[in-house]
Write a protein that binds this ligand. Structure first.
Ligand SMILES: Nc1nc2c(c(=O)[nH]1)N[C@H]1C(S)=C(S)[C@@H](COP(=O)(O)OP(=O)(O)OC[C@H]3O[C@@H](n4cnc5c(=O)[nH]c(N)nc54)[C@H](O)[C@@H]3O)O[C@H]1N2
Ligand SMILES: Nc1nc2c(c(=O)[nH]1)N[C@H]1C(S)=C(S)[C@@H](COP(=O)(O)OP(=O)(O)OC[C@H]3O[C@@H](n4cnc5c(=O)[nH]c(N)nc54)[C@H](O)[C@@H]3O)O[C@H]1N2
Ligand SMILES: [Mo]
Length: 752
């Protein structure tokens, strides 16, 4: 009999599986034998791989094909598509690139192409798109991520580097030395199922349970009870969404006023505490930031804030600040304040204590593993100097030549004529989709490489069908995961689908750059080259990787974990003079002269509470705060069409969770079809009535494919991004603010 371990391996962002195919079809994905907590997400491929949403041939939007570039952009997402041959599609793309570059210049090509694409070191869609366009003179890129843009921009100012996000004190250190883990935004198990670039073994749930068994206590600070598993018996504190900054300032006030802060640590390792202390006491602005002040804003009782602060000061405390807390108005403040609280407790750089950014956001945070440098597909050099902060896309399209602030400088938006997306879904990830749709009508041409007819493909002019990881061989080489996995080709590509590499190679031939683009290597030769380069650099870091032919035989390899549990900023703690931070002062910046010098009223020189643009403190009667968090049954919009995600739908719509009190106020019962709406848009959802969410808050996971009805803008499948506001976190980082959003709800007649 065939054993599961006889089946070939493949890897996704949500884990490694053994894939079973019969007669050319995928029939099962078996959990990888090394994985103690496999994710169900992968099963979404069954049915989706060859389902009705698969793109099986190159397609061109009818009006564009008939009228040429710039024709009826407002029909994007509504027009019919016409099938063309690969040769015809390649020629159309090559001609359009030549026209745009010659007439408007390379900066008018926007190819930031943000998105998660698929695991596998070689077949990484964005790398190929960028390498290809750089050979033609470049393109306008985007900077930072939707995940935590404001965190990525603030941390270098405060702690000297954004890479600390992935350098968290390890779970092992928490298990051994921590007394209390205070998790702002929780440690959501559902999110820890993911590891970018592929992962071997899910670590977070076992780590949390080990920590609990070792006596670590947990506090879940979140509007959702489920952000920490029940087995941890965590205390649940639910502040109003987007008010954690006020809560943290209240906690800091208790530490200061009750003499619980570590003055010696603050003196030796930080700068600017006194300026912040003057803000806490009200000396600088006349407002005392005590717990009564905080309670008024965040809705947590004053005594509860005091007792949490005292508890945090009474032992070894790890503060976790979820990435979600950066995806809200003034999101910078939460990472900054989490750091300041940990500095006041004086535990940064000690085992099991201090601050960590996003435990549970992905499997990677807190994972014990070495961090070698692995070779990526070389992207070449981009000669174009224009760029946008990733979430400013609609503004860029609306406002060519317009000025924007970013991290201390002023920049200009380019005039975009051509958009090319490969490996991302802007109609999933961007906020205010109706606004995006209007702005998206403006460029002359939109090209999308994807494997399924999701909303990004639907809104393109030229659609180039690509393969999935199951249809190509690759290798995972993630510096953030200890497992290397040889990914086998399991089934043949559907229809005429091609690897992204072959798609670009085909177009490169029409433009005479094939040799430069391919370096005359086929995919297999590239994979070998990537592996050998990575192996050499691993050797330099004293990590021995097996030769490739040996690895191909075993299928996977696990790099050994370091001997000592990792402690973030441990070296800095030991000797701040010998190992200074890369901040201007070399220390933790509680006051940043640099940020203050930018003069931004939405991000001053020290952490500050500023009212978010939309929040319950200013809600009108009938408004609820929307949390659009990550879906448990898929990765963003990926596999939304598959059986796992569809199986959780209610009447075909995304579930929306609300509290029994709110449901009662609108006559909503469990399972009802509801309309969630605000001035920006509306979507239909299936109601889930539950007391594991606080009153006043409604939760809709992201990921449902944007599907406006034939005669309406209402999204029929429940994509919350029709509701979320499209505004930058601040002039400092211009990050997305999806989580600061008010909505209304109503019962909905199903016949819309
Ligand atoms: N309201 C709200 N919005 C959010 C968030 C939120 O919390 N709330 N979260 C934000 C966050 S953190 C993120 S990271 C973004 C995620 O946004 P995205 O990363 O854009 O979302 P995905 O659905 O993962 O998009 C990946 C796309 O790549 C395609 N793809 C997969 N493999 C391949 C391949 O090999 N080649 C090509 N060409 N394509 C491929 C998939 O089919 C899919 O269309 O969403 C953001 N949006
Ligand atoms: N299954 C699955 N896992 C994923 C992803 C996925 O799509 N599916 N996406 C991956 C990606 S790209 C990313 S960036 C990470 C994101 O990781 P996170 O940012 O941690 O993910 P979210 O689910 O958006 O938010 C975590 C929790 O924060 C809470 N929260 C929201 N707003 C507030 C607030 O104002 N205050 C407090 N205290 N809590 C709040 C919500 O209850 C939410 O459940 O997840 C990754 N993991
Ligand atoms: Mo993300």
């Amino acid at each position: 009999m065939t054993k599961a371990t006889d089946f070939p391996l493949t890897s996704f962002h949500w884990g490694t599986y053994r894939a079973e195919a019969r007669n050319g079809d995928l029939v099962a994905l078996h959990p990888f034998e090394e994985d103690p907590d496999p994710s169900p997400i992968g099963q979404g491929y069954l049915g989706a791989l060859k389902g009705p949403d698969r793109i099986t041939a190159p397609m061109v939007r009818k009006s564009w094909l008939e009228g040429g570039p710039g024709t009826k952009g407002s029909l994007r997402g509504k027009d019919a598509f016409v099938e063309v041959s690969w040769d015809e599609a390649e020629q159309l793309v090559a001609d359009e690139l030549t026209r745009v570059i010659n007439t408007h210049g390379n900066q008018s090509i926007f190819a930031g192409s943000y998105g998660w694409a698929s695991a596998g070191r070689f077949h990484h869609a964005q790398s190929h798109l960028k390498r290809f366009l750089n050979l033609l003179g470049g393109f306008t890129p985007s900077v930072n991520s939707y995940s935590l843009a404001s965190g990525e921009v603030i941390l270098p100012h405060v702690l000297g580097g954004a890479e600390l996000i992935y350098d968290a004190t390890s779970w092992q250190s928490i298990i051994e030395s921590c007394d209390l883990m205070v998790a702002f935004g929780g440690v959501p198990i559902k999110n820890s199922m993911i590891g970018q670039g592929g992962l071997g073994a899910h670590r977070t749930r076992p780590a949390l349970l080990e920590a609990r068994a070792a006596g670590v206590e947990f506090v879940n600070i979140s509007p959702l009870k489920s952000d920490l598993p029940d087995a941890l018996s965590a205390e649940w504190i639910a502040p109003r969404p987007s008010t954690d900054a006020a809560l943290m300032i209240g906690l800091a006030h208790v530490l200061l006023s009750e003499g619980l802060s570590d003055r010696a640590f603050l003196d030796r390792y930080t700068v600017g505490f006194d300026r912040f202390a003057n803000y806490l006491t009200g000396e600088s602005d006349g407002i005392v930031k005590n717990t009564d002040w905080a309670a008024e804003i965040c809705g947590i009782r004053s005594e509860e804030i005091q007792s949490l602060a005292r508890r945090m000061a009474s032992g070894r405390t790890m503060i976790s600040v979820a990435w979600a807390l950066t995806r809200q108005d003034h999101g910078e403040q939460n990472f900054w304040l989490g750091t300041v609280l940990a500095a006041m407790l004086g535990q940064i750089g000690l085992p099991g204590g201090g601050v960590g950014f996003g435990y549970g956001a992905v499997n990677t945070v807190g994972l014990e593993r070495p961090s070698p440098r692995f070779q990526a597909v070389p992207q070449g050099r981009n000669k174009v100097k224009t760029f946008i902060p990733v979430a400013r896309i609609a503004e860029m399209l609306e406002n060519p030549g317009g000025e924007f602030d970013y991290n201390g400088k002023k920049h200009q938006f380019p005039d975009t004529k051509l958009i090319w997306w490969a490996g991302g879904n802007p109609f999933h990830h961007h906020q205010d989709l109706n606004r995006l749709r209007r702005a998206w009508a403006r460029p002359d041409t939109v090209i999308v490489n994807d494997w399924c007819w999701n909303s990004a493909a639907q809104h393109a002019d030229i659609v180039l069908p690509c393969t999935t990881p199951l249809e190509r061989a690759d290798i995972t080489l993630s510096p953030r995961d200890p497992y290397l996995v040889v990914m086998d080709k399991v089934v043949e590509p559907s229809g005429q689908a091609r690897d992204d590499y072959d798609i670009f190679r085909g177009i490169a031939r029409h433009l005479g750059i094939d040799r430069k683009y391919s370096e005359e290597r086929d995919a297999d030769q590239w994979i070998t080259w990537l592996y050998e380069q990575s192996r050499k650099s691993a050797t330099r870091a004293q990590i021995d990787l097996p030769p490739l032919d040996e690895l191909r035989k075993t299928g996977w390899f696990k790099m050994p974990a370091p001997n000592e549990p990792h402690i973030m900023l441990g070296k800095f703690r030991q000797d701040p003079e010998a190992s200074p931070l890369r901040t201007p002062s070399g220390k933790i910046e509680i006051f940043s002269e640099k940020i203050a010098s930018f003069g931004y009223d939405d991000c001053p020189g020290h952490p500050t509470w500023m009212e978010p643009v939309e929040w319950l403190g200013r809600a009108e009667q009938g408004q609820l705060h929307l949390i659009s968090n990550q879906p448990k049954n898929k990765l963003h919009s990926q596999l939304d069409q598959g059986p796992v995600a569809q199986g959780d739908r209610i009447g075909g719509r995304e579930p929306a969770m609300l509290h029994p009190d709110d449901a009662a106020a609108y006559g909503i019962r469990d399972g009802d079809c509801i309309r969630v709406f605000n001035g920006r848009g509306a979507c239909l959802c299936g109601a889930v009535v539950s007391d594991s969410i606080v009153p006043g808050v409604i939760q809709i996971s992201t990921g449902a494919w944007f599907r406006p009805g034939p005669n309406t803008d209402v999204c029929l499948s429940g994509n919350p991004n029709v509701l979320c506001k499209d505004k930058g976190t601040s002039r400092l980082s211009q990050g997305p603010t999806a989580h600061s959003c008010l909505v209304r709800v109503a019962l909905q007649d199903e016949r819309l």
